[in-house]
Write a protein that binds this ligand. Structure first.
Ligand SMILES: *[C@@H]1O[C@H](CO)[C@@H](O)[C@H](O)[C@H]1NC(C)=O
Length: 156
């Protein structure tokens, strides 16, 4: 009699345990769906938000496409520690052009017109390299014909 009672108690406890497990699982599932995937900063050298910027969106800044040397062109936004960059084009997107963010851990390297590891880039120098946009070979938005013309000019 005693052992039967024990078994009943055991199976009762077991069913509660299963119920809790299912509940946990459901909660875990809901939590996972709600949260954005967490970025792993441990692989990036330096302190996030201190050594390199971690913007979620491009903030308000004084950047102005009307004071850059060439349009179309791409320009690092120095006020954001170069995490943001702007594509100045035909003005349809306003005087700040189209705004983008480099992935956390990277900032816009004006020398190569691409996001690069923050420790490879001196953001404060970016403005000195704005004029690289005048070079049709480097400017990613230069018309293909202009590039071809320049190549032809170099060859002949
Ligand atoms: C950078 O990390 C912060 C903090 O985790 C996050 O809010 C932000 O969206 C991230 N930025 C980018 C461009 O992924």
């Amino acid at each position: 009699m005693g052992s039967l009672r024990n078994i009943m108690i055991l199976s009762f406890v077991a069913s509660i345990a299963v119920a809790i497990k299912i509940k946990d699982y459901q909660f875990g599932y809901i939590e996972e769906k709600k949260e954005e995937p967490q970025q792993d900063f441990s692989k990036i050298p330096g302190i996030p938000g201190h050594d390199y910027p971690i913007y979620h969106e491009v903030p308000e800044t004084n950047f102005d496409c009307r004071s850059v040397p060439a349009v179309p062109g791409i320009y690092a936004n120095v006020e954001t520690g170069c995490q943001a960059y702007h594509v100045c084009h035909d003005g349809r997107e306003g005087h700040q052009g189209s705004k983008f963010l480099c992935t956390n851990g990277t900032i816009f390297n004006q020398k190569i017109f691409a996001c690069d590891w923050w420790h490879n880039v001196d953001c404060n120098e970016a403005v000195h390299y704005y004029k690289l946009n005048l070079d049709p070979e480097l400017n990613p938005y230069t018309e293909k014909e202009a590039k071809a013309a320049k190549k032809a000019h170099l060859i002949y």
